[in-house]
Design a protein around this ligand. Sequence first.
Ligand code: NAD
Length: 354
Amino acid sequence: MVLGKKMFYKACIILCLFIQNNALCKTILVTGGAGFIGGSVTEALLERGDTVIVLDCFVSLGHSRALEYNQLKRDRLAVLKNQYQENLYIYECSIEDVQSCDEVFKTHAIDVVCHLAAHAGVRNAMESTKEFIQTNIQGTVNILDLAVKYGVSHCVLASSSSVYGDSADVPFTETQNTDYQSSLYGATKKSLELIAHVYHHLYGVSTTCLRFFTVYGPYGRFDMAPFIFMDAIYNQKALTVYGDGTAIRDFTYIDDIVDGIIKSIDKPLGYQVFNLGSTHTIVLKDFINVIAQTVGKQSIITYKDGIKADVRQTHASVEKALLLLGYEPKALLKDGLQKMFDWYSKVITKECNE
Ligand code: NAD
């Protein structure tokens, strides 16, 4: 009889834990879920037991290795699909295609939208103005409209440090003026923040906009400085620096960004804007030296005239994110670059040599 009671209590505890765990598991739509940040968020969400719906159209603008980068995204998702099976759904469609996106929202009971799909990069935006406006602004409106239509109460959206324009007021804080954009890309992200506020105000959707500061790490974008520099140094090719190399950047390791995104997914806070940076800055020339040390080869640098859309400095204050989300960036640049180079050696150089 005593044993029976004990077993009953044990079963109750197991049942409670099961119910609790299931209640914590969410269904999350990750737009741009095949990309650098999106793929990493998808992986982390799957690891903790969530169901992830990836919506991505596998595009990459403004660089010669777009096909290769898109293939990398496909390969990465294929590995995750193989591992997580029915917890991962992948839809190849554009956020500009409202009808196809509607089908995705109709099919799945989505708890949270993590909207990362966009065209990115200040220089790319100068070449592809129309695409940036269509995807980053109209696409965002489409996703928020569908969130309202299907009763999704919380959306996390990717903004950018670019919204600070060429501000000299560092470290950047969320309350400072961001009316003066230096790039069309920054302007599309500022628009995203304004639109997100409208959807919160009119429809009560919780919208959290995250301003990412230059993210680097494994699976990094092929059109971004960390990858371009590492690749050039490894292959002993000249790398191009626009300007005199004294620009200052706050580089943020991918794991810290993923941590901030997941904390935001888990905590609806009405309308909010947060910086997600490392808070440590480095001059571009020194950054190149750290990569060269990591790779174990010399850099060959060609200087070209600076581009007006490139800002002089970025530097995040993350006090607000620490206070409200518990966001604490941990990675040191040296360690983050080492992890990126480990990945680069394993995945990229291997593919190139095959
Ligand atoms: P990424 O290019 O690797 O990922 C973006 C993904 O969006 C890609 O997989 C692409 O195929 C997809 N996409 C583009 N247009 C689409 C469309 N119309 N429909 C569906 N999918 C589409 O870029 P990332 O670096 O992972 O950036 C993710 C988000 O974070 C973007 O919104 C970007 O603007 C923002 N951001 C990134 C950084 C950074 O340093 N990487 C900094 C600030 C902000």
